[in-house]
Design a protein around this ligand. Structure first.
Ligand SMILES: [Zn+2]
Length: 258
């Protein structure tokens, strides 16, 4: 089983990166300008026949996912997807619901009603999810799913791992909390199964990447998918050298001007 899932975050208008999602340059590098995002959607539409949802995992579906729960999911993202007849997977860090820059409960209900898939992205968005004790992992998944299910009046069965800090225990804890499909940040089309939960990789799109990347991911183009996979593996080696050190290094790189 394979799936081509693409990971986006916020989409902002007028270059106002503070307007939606987490603040700071570390988060802003994942946010796209509206006009940039439109070009990415156009490129996907030109390259592939259909965008699907995790509810219909047949063949090798193309899935569009969005992390964190910023208010831009409601506008402009959902509107832009719907204008093409598409739906998104929106993953919500539930502690942020209703706070500045994040979706409100009413907006979440509306997105759900409009056919988008709402999932958990933990409660508190821990910096290093995989480093949490099992009890804390269980709390992050169970509480966030209970909150979202309560808001939507419907069972929530999908989730994505904050920061991409995935481990087997992260997935087992999610599965125990009722998650049936868990999205990671590993750039792979392969769909695994762990404790009855499907584990799906995702290809990430960051600010400044050309629309051809989205089209390449949506078609499984080797030059795009393999290249991101190779970069990710190199990064993982750096992370194994020391999670704390990697985060310091990443921060230093992100804060470098020029
Ligand atoms: Zn996140």
């Amino acid at each position: 089983m394979q799936a081509l899932a693409i990971m986006y975050h916020d989409v902002v208008e007028n270059g106002d990166f503070e307007s939606s999602g987490f603040p700071g340059e570390g988060a802003h590098v994942y946010k796209l300008r509206r006009e940039e995002f439109v070009r990415h959607l156009d490129a996907i539409a030109a390259a592939t026949a259909a965008v699907s949802t995790v509810c219909k995992l047949e063949g090798r579906p193309v899935l569009l996912t969005f992390d964190d729960g910023g208010v831009s999911f409601h506008h402009p993202i959902a509107d832009l997807l719907e204008s093409r007849g598409w739906r998104g997977h929106f993953f919500i860090a539930t502690d942020r619901i209703g706070t500045p820059g994040f979706l409100t409960e009413t907006q979440l209900r509306e997105l759900h009603r409009r056919g988008h898939i709402i999932g958990s992205h933990s409660c508190s968005h821990p910096t290093r999810m995989a480093a949490l004790a099992r009890a804390d992992l269980d709390h992050e998944w169970r509480q966030s799913i209970a909150r979202l299910s309560g808001v939507l009046g419907d069972a929530v069965k999908v989730a994505s791992v904050p920061g991409g800090y995935y481990s087997r225990e992260v997935a087992e804890s999610a599965a125990a909390a009722g998650v049936e499909a868990l999205f990671t940040s590993e750039p792979t089309a392969r769909v695994g199964v762990l404790s009855g939960c499907r584990v799906l990789g995702r290809y990430v799109v960051q600010r400044g990447m050309s629309p051809e990347w989205s089209a390449g991911f949506a078609t499984g183009s080797p030059s795009h998918c393999w290249r991101q996979s190779a970069l990710w593996k190199a990064k993982r080696i750096a992370k194994t050298l020391g999670g704390g050190k990697y985060l310091q290094l990443r921060q230093a790189i992100l804060e470098r001007k020029g």
